[in-house]
Design a protein around this ligand. Structure first.
Ligand code: SF4
Length: 319
């Protein structure tokens, strides 16, 4: 998934975005109820990426890679943005469909996972990234989402032809008992002039901009610190070796993609503080459940990505 630490930028955009073509059957009934389908501009004849990925893995008789990370950072980050939004998304389970950017993220991550899995176990991994691309197009996914993912993947594999990363595990789900995460890649870094050798978590991120937030924000990012926090309690040290830290593997979405690897070393105090902080966030959630009150923050109703999906619900008469 594409993720850039939120720099708090707000926009004044308040209109909904509708992308075309939208099939006539997808048009909303002529009443004043909000309609998720139109809100997200989804053409119903296009197969959602998640379902299509499921189908391809089924077709090849292989376990699906990727998917939700359980009680992972995105839940907490949503809670920190707005408790009301958290309730709508995670408690009521009323989530809108994925945006194209999200579909590109999930397709690209799957291609990367297959690339490293095939490198580690060529006899077992029968889907190559190229095969995945062809199957997704055959199934009828959003062509632009598949082609965008392929463009990023192809640029990446060409940029690091003799890489110093030796894969140890891909799309690994892990838990410390309270919190969960999914590691894009755990790899051994072989001796090289850039990054200290040893075991590293590698987190793939795609980004259109290479600004300060994209390049330097990671050392204070809850997802990255959470991955460091969970590694040892999940007993991964024994299996893969002592963790050096996280390499944030940034792939640019520019016309000519740029590449950057940002290193976040393990800092024990930070992982301990993060665990303590998460306990408080979990307690806040329990308080909301107990009082059945989920306050609207109204401080994050618009972000640099546009309005919150419940913007109209909170602004006008829909509840
Ligand atoms: S519109 Fe604002 S207050 Fe309402 S759920 Fe979204 S972020 Fe929260």
């Amino acid at each position: 998934m594409t993720k850039t630490p939120d720099n708090g930028t707000q926009t004044t955009q308040t209109t909904q975005t509708v992308e075309f073509p939208v099939a006539p059957s997808a048009l909303p009934p002529m009443d004043d109820k909000p309609n998720d389908l139109i809100y997200l501009g989804r053409d119903p004849s296009i197969m959602p990426m998640d379902e299509a990925l499921e189908q391809v893995f089924d077709l090849y008789g292989m376990p699906r890679m990727g998917g939700a990370s359980g009680r992972g950072w995105s839940r907490i980050a949503t809670m920190q943005r707005c408790l009301h939004l958290y309730k709508r998304r995670y408690i009521d389970g009323k989530r809108g469909g994925p945006s194209r950017a999200l579909e590109v993220g999930s397709c690209f991550h799957t291609m990367m996972a297959l690339y490293y899995w095939a490198m580690r176990e060529p006899q077992v991994c029968r889907i190559t990234p190229e095969r995945l691309r062809d199957e997704l197009l055959k199934i009828g996914c959003d062509v632009r989402a598949v082609e965008d993912s392929w463009r990023l993947f192809e640029a990446y594999s060409n940029h690091y032809p003799n890489d110093y990363l030796t894969p140890l595990a891909e799309e690994l789900y892990a838990s410390d008992g309270d919190n969960t995460c999914r590691y894009d890649l755990i790899a051994r870094v072989e001796p090289n002039p850039f990054i200290a050798p040893g075991t590293w978590v590698v987190e793939h991120k795609s980004s259109s901009r290479f600004d300060m937030a994209t390049l330097e924000g990671w050392k204070n990012d809850g997802e990255i610190i959470g991955q460091i926090m969970i590694y040892k309690p999940a007993k991964l040290t024994k299996k893969y070796g002592k963790l050096m830290g996280v390499i944030v593997n940034i792939i640019g979405k520019q016309k000519i993609p740029k590449f950057e690897r940002v290193v976040v070393p393990v800092q024990k105090w930070q992982a301990t503080a993060h665990k303590k902080d998460l306990r408080v966030w979990n307690a806040i959630e329990q308080m909301c459940v107990a009082t059945n009150t989920w306050p609207r923050s109204r401080a994050h109703c618009t972000t640099k990505y546009g309005p919150c999906e419940y913007f109209d619900d909170c602004a006008e008469k829909f509840k």
